[in-house]
Design a protein around this ligand. Structure first.
Ligand code: DGL
Length: 329
């Protein structure tokens, strides 16, 4: 029997319309999931499909409320014996962070695969249909189980935890940086590589079933001449956590370090990530995280660190406990 894949649409360029193929302008989130699936020939050979439209937005408008709504629907769908896998169509701007968030809260070993596209649905050589076709093939593959949330674009299979958007127009816009691909897929064929060492898939790290919101976590981008005004504004705005997209291996100005250390002493959880695309921010390397009360993000970029810190804050504000969550995820 063909595997049963439930598709959840959220918008993005993959559902976008470009009025004139000769011009790069377009509008995201113009077509519904039924239109998208009908535009891809041969899907019925790969799986038995069902679909729903969760939202229809540019993914720059993703927020914690939609994340929690999407997580609830994915968990409900996967809890059903009538469904073998979930496929989510999504904009690429925040694809990596939604994907990482779902990998932390999905309560099933069944495959969760996300696809987007770099060209609108009506563009010349639109890449969305091929990504959907390959996404369905991956989702329908029993070997996709227990791999955490996966992202499929441009014939590549990425663990959402490792995927980073590295381009803004080329179809090869995602990379898994130093971690490498989960596998490759082309015209529906799927080849898997060795499984990831860190624990993904299996029981959710965080149960979000009863949550209507997440604690506010802000991201601050470090740079030369960095001031402390935005740190003050984040705290005044109610941020319970601050992620710094630091220079280099998670560094920042002495003034910012001092202000954030004071914030940490007063209960704000401060995570050092990096603005560098392929980074490893290690604890107590260049900064004394123990003394400052900071958390080191490892190789999680700032956007994914925000997702993990928001979930961590539903359980604890203790920086040591939060550090252990970063070390395990
Ligand atoms: N508006 C952006 C988004 O929905 C377009 C980028 C894309 O989907 O490729 O993420």
């Amino acid at each position: 029997m063909k595997r049963r894949v439930h598709v959840l649409g959220t918008g993005g360029t993959i559902a976008g319309a470009q009025p004139d193929p000769g011009h790069y302008g377009y509008t995201a989130a113009q077509f519904g999931i039924d239109w998208l699936l009908n535009a891809v020939p041969g899907l019925d050979r790969l799986a038995t499909l069902s679909g729903e439209q969760v939202v229809n937005i540019g993914s720059q408008d993703m927020d914690d409320g939609i994340w929690l709504q999407l997580a609830r629907r994915v968990n409900e769908v996967l809890a059903s014996p009538a469904t073998d896998a979930a496929l989510i169509t999504h904009g690429t701007d925040t694809l990596e962070e939604t994907g990482y968030f779902l990998s932390l809260v999905t309560a099933s070993d069944k495959p969760v695969v996300m696809v987007g596209s770099m060209r609108p649905a009506t563009a010349i050589s639109a890449d969305g249909p091929a990504n959907i076709y390959n996404g369905v093939a991956v989702a329908a593959d029993p070997r996709a189980c227990r791999r955490g949330t996966l992202i499929v674009l441009n014939d590549e299979i990425h663990h959402a935890r490792n995927a980073v958007k590295t381009g803004t127009s080329n179809p090869s816009a995602f990379s898994s940086m130093s971690r490498g691909l989960a596998g490759i897929t082309s015209a529906g064929r799927v080849e898997w590589f060795e499984r990831e060492p860190h624990p993904i898939g299996g029981p959710p790290r965080f149960d979000v079933g009863g949550l209507e919101s997440l604690p506010r976590v802000d991201i601050l981008h470090a740079h030369a001449n960095m001031s402390i005004d935005l740190i003050d504004a984040a705290i005044a705005g109610g941020a319970r956590g601050i992620v710094v997209a630091g220079v280099g291996a998670g560094n920042m100005s002495a003034r910012a370090i001092e202000r954030l250390a004071r914030a940490a002493q007063h209960g704000t959880v401060v995570v050092r990530s990096s603005r560098v695309v392929s980074a490893m921010v290690l604890r107590n390397a260049e900064l004394d995280d123990d003394g400052l009360g900071f958390v080191a993000a490892g190789d999680l970029n700032a956007a994914k660190s925000r997702a993990l810190l928001a979930l961590a804050l539903t359980r604890t504000s203790d920086p040591q406990h939060v550090q252990s969550m970063f070390d395990q995820n």
